[in-house]
Design a protein around this ligand. Structure first.
Ligand code: 13P
Length: 242
């Protein structure tokens, strides 16, 4: 399986940040090696510009969220069809920051994932337990429920990102054994061809170890995706695939 390394810029990035992708491409000697895939999910304001500018260099562009409807009276929202029109290939749905900041539950996340598929794009569906869930020994139960509730029944390509909430932006990560256990569990619930990403404080120093775990088919990277010098070694730490 070809690993997928996705950068989630969250609410970071102005036009000047596009220079980071130019320097990333320079580090790749012109284009991403074809044994791995790279997706950058910039803020919506940069999707069209970046999708146009980097279409030849194998840098794919994704949105960070979308509305479940195609169009309509939803001021401030953006649809998957609009992201597709702007050149995106992926859309993150159900990120824990959306679930927490905007009260998005599993049913909403599933509706958004379906909208992404309807627009012909690939959803990156996020799941992950809180610190309290993990301490209570409920991490597998919670993630199992999130998968049951948020993942549409489909033959189309989807990507699942396991992001323990307590590992996001904290510098903390689960043990390698805990990552392996969770990814084996998720694999038992989704089809063989579905790529499973790990996210939460992935950095150059831990990427190789995490990306070598069975059923970890890539990473969803926040803070360390903003600068080319931090992101490049993470992309290259993934074992190549086809
Ligand atoms: P960090 O890599 O900054 O911990 O963020 C992870 C994340 O939330 C990616 O979606």
């Amino acid at each position: 399986m070809k690993p997928l390394i996705a950068g989630n810029w969250k609410m970071n990035g102005l036009a000047a940040s596009i220079a980071q992708i130019e320097s990333l491409i320079a580090k790749f000697d012109g284009a991403v090696p074809d044994d791995r895939e790279v997706v950058i999910c910039p803020p919506a304001t940069l999707v069209a510009t970046m999708a146009t500018q980097f279409s030849d260099e194998a840098i794919q562009i994704g949105g960070q969220d979308c509305h479940a409807n195609t169009n309509g009276a939803h001021t401030g929202d953006i649809s998957a069809a609009m992201l597709s029109d702007a050149g995106a290939a992926f859309v993150i749905v159900g990120h824990s920051e959306r679930r927490a900041d905007h009260g998005e539950n599993d049913a909403i996340v599933k509706a958004k994932a379906k909208a992404v598929l309807l627009a012909g794009l690939t959803p990156i569906i996020c799941v992950g337990e809180t610190e309290a869930d993990r301490k209570a020994g409920r991490a597998l139960d919670i993630v199992g429920m999130q998968l049951d509730g948020s993942v549409p029944d489909t033959e189309d390509e989807i990507v699942i990102a396991y992001e323990p909430v307590w590992a996001i932006g904290t510098g903390l990560t689960p043990t390698i054994e805990d990552i392996a256990e969770m990814h084996n569990f998720i694999r038992s619930k989704v089809s063989q061809g579905t790529r499973l990403l790990y996210g939460g404080s992935v950095k150059a120093k831990n990427a190789e170890e995490i990306l070598a775990v069975a059923n970890v088919n890539g990473a969803l990277v926040g803070g360390a995706s903003l600068q080319a010098e931090d992101f490049y070694p993470i992309v290259m730490a993934a074992p190549g695939g086809s």
